[in-house]
Design a protein around this ligand. Structure first.
Ligand code: GLP
Length: 243
């Protein structure tokens, strides 16, 4: 694991964007695993800026998002579909057919069929080259919540109460936060060629400490990243305060 501690959110965002940009320049048909949440917003803004300045080309890129709420239509303002188009896809030259976000409301699929199709598509593209991750306050990655065991494949998950609470800031009330989500499992994440984990702010300090303590447990899903050979962690000083 390569840990970089930077001053603040802006520096984290710039550094993360330049890492992604570097990989994209090396491999034009990069397969990118993408995260949502507040953490990568600045990274996406920097990537959009680089694209507008003519430094990046997404025409051959394929993306796979980590997760999406269930019981929220893709057009909902707080869906991760809406988030991704707003922060990235609407502003770059990615082909719509190369964008993948877990969803089963689109084609009237059952959740298990949608999950199976999603995993198959990841395999068909040759797997994820670079997986961007945030981290939940409880150590979750994607929506892989702390549990006694974790599925390898994409699956339906009941969100943990800490996650519902943390994400209630995006909704008018906590009651409106969806209780279920589809999430990529640990399989595609751990098979990614490179994992880029980002964290900002003191609220993530405890989760980071637990994740990189030298112990591995599914009760802290991000701790499994210690078993991956190629992880880059970029965090600001507040998030790194307990490391
Ligand atoms: C969300 C997402 C995760 C994200 C995490 C942290 O619920 N499912 O992919 O990394 O929780 O979010 P934030 O960056 O807003 O703190």
């Amino acid at each position: 694991m390569k840990l970089t501690v930077v001053q603040d959110y802006d520096q984290m965002s710039k550094k993360a964007a330049s890492l992604v940009a570097g990989k994209l320049k090396e491999k034009k048909d990069l397969v990118l695993g993408l995260a949502t949440g507040s953490t990568p917003e600045g990274m996406y803004a920097n990537l959009v800026k680089m694209y507008r300045e003519g430094h990046l080309d997404f025409s051959l890129v394929t993306t796979f998002n980590l997760d999406e709420y269930v019981d929220l239509c893709p057009q909902h303002p707080q869906s991760y579909h809406t988030y991704m188009y707003k922060h990235l896809f609407d502003h770059i030259n990615i082909k719509p057919e190369n964008i993948n976000i877990p969803c089963y409301t689109k084609n009237n699929l059952s959740a298990s069929d949608a999950c199976r199709d999603y995993d198959q598509k990841i395999v068909q593209t040759g797997g994820i080259d670079l997986q961007v991750l945030g981290i939940g306050v409880n150590g979750h990655i994607g929506f892989n919540e702390p549990a006694s065991s974790l599925p390898i494949s994409t699956h339906l998950v009941e969100l943990a109460s800490e996650t519902i609470e943390a994400n209630s800031r995006f909704f008018n009330s906590i009651e409106q936060v969806p209780r279920r989500a589809l999430t990529m499992g640990l399989g595609p994440i751990m098979h990614a060629g490179l994992i880029l984990l980002l964290a900002s702010g003191g609220s993530k300090a405890h989760a980071l400490k637990e994740s990189f303590s030298g112990l591995v447990t599914t009760e802290v899903p991000a701790s499994l990243l210690q078993l991956h050979p190629n992880v880059v962690v970029i965090v600001d000083r507040d998030a790194a305060s307990l490391l």
